[in-house]
Design a protein around this ligand. Structure first.
Ligand code: BMA
Length: 314
């Protein structure tokens, strides 16, 4: 018998963060990276769009990950005017803690005249950052590092865009600066599928005994615009370029008014996930490119469902 699709429970305080919460003027806040700091504080690195239309990143901290947010009084990571690749802003950060370096890696979209590329910054405290610049040239986005080396190399999931397709790839590096060993991990499906033609990594991967759990977004193009939804796949632990399970159905999609309308209608776009306990996933997402939502789901239910909803007939 098939397992039911894993249940997602939206936080009753949703949207948990909006521009009205910001200590300085911004047009919208969305697509946050997330992590739990050593003292238990939940940190969100939010994409904030200013009134020029360009984005920067701003940290929000909360003891319970739901309410009582303390937001930095000014942009935490802003455009560096010396870096041409950031001319049009910084977008969609993902955070991975790297125990080997005792630093957080922030991968974000650097948007410049050549298009969106993947940039990397390292930090210990989300106050000072070591910027490493572009690690994947345009057109590429939706990137996150794995927290540890695989077969001796750092690994990064990302989504290069070509005329032919927009699929999830993995690349490897000895030093976080030089990247190679590029392999495709997950292809966008075709035709009538919910994730036809364009997919991308959502939050960073989650390591489980069964494999790396990947939440990814799929884009359905319709006559009235695109619908951004979330699905799941499982990647081999020691060879993450190998997908071992892929759910057929999407598991989370826009339903609530704050997800159905906003700057970009019908979008849920998670960039951050935390694990407050062994089985809970707190997924932080952009709602309609306008505000920030939180939804909870169960890791064990997700893995169980992936054992049964696996689909290779695409
Ligand atoms: C994607 C990215 C996201 C955005 C989404 C929906 O391509 O640009 O930043 O949330 O589209 O507009």
């Amino acid at each position: 018998m098939r397992s039911p699709r894993p249940t997602w429970t939206r936080c009753e305080k949703n949207p948990i963060l909006t521009r009205a919460d910001w200590p300085y003027p911004v047009h919208s806040v969305f697509n946050p990276g997330a992590t739990i700091l050593p003292d238990g504080t939940t940190l969100l690195l939010c994409r904030a769009e200013d009134f020029s239309g360009r984005s920067h990143l701003c940290a929000a901290r909360s003891a319970d990950g739901v309410s009582g947010w303390t937001i930095d009084p000014a942009p935490t990571l802003a455009r560096d005017p010396e870096r041409a690749e950031e001319l049009w802003g910084l977008e969609d950060p993902r955070i991975t803690f790297l125990p080997e370096l005792d630093r957080y890696a922030v991968t974000y979209t650097a948007f410049g005249k050549s298009g969106p590329g993947v940039a990397l910054a390292l930090t210990r405290d989300f106050r000072e950052f070591e910027r490493c610049g572009l690690v994947m040239q345009p057109d590429d986005k939706d990137a996150a590092l794995l927290p540890r080396r695989v077969r001796g190399a750092w690994a990064m999931l990302h989504r290069p865009m070509t005329d032919a397709s927009a699929d999830v790839w993995i690349s490897y590096s000895p030093d976080l600066r030089n990247w190679g060993g590029h392999e495709i991990v997950l292809r966008a499906r075709r035709g009538g599928w919910w994730d036809a033609n364009k997919i991308g990594l959502s939050p960073p991967l989650i390591e489980t005994p069964a494999g790396w759990l990947m939440l990814y977004h799929g884009v359905r193009r319709t006559a009235s615009g695109s619908i951004y939804r979330v699905g799941a796949a499982l990647l081999d632990l020691e060879a993450p370029e190998r997908c071992i399970r892929r759910g057929a159905s999407w598991i989370f999609g826009p339903e609530e008014p704050y997800e159905m309308s906003g700057d970009v209608a019908q979008v849920v776009f998670p960039c951050g996930v935390t694990q407050p306990d062994a089985d809970t996933l707190n997924v932080y997402y952009g709602a309609a490119d306008t505000s920030i939502g939180l939804a909870r789901t169960s890791l064990s239910a997700m893995l169980e469902w992936l054992q049964h909803d696996d689909s290779t007939d695409f």
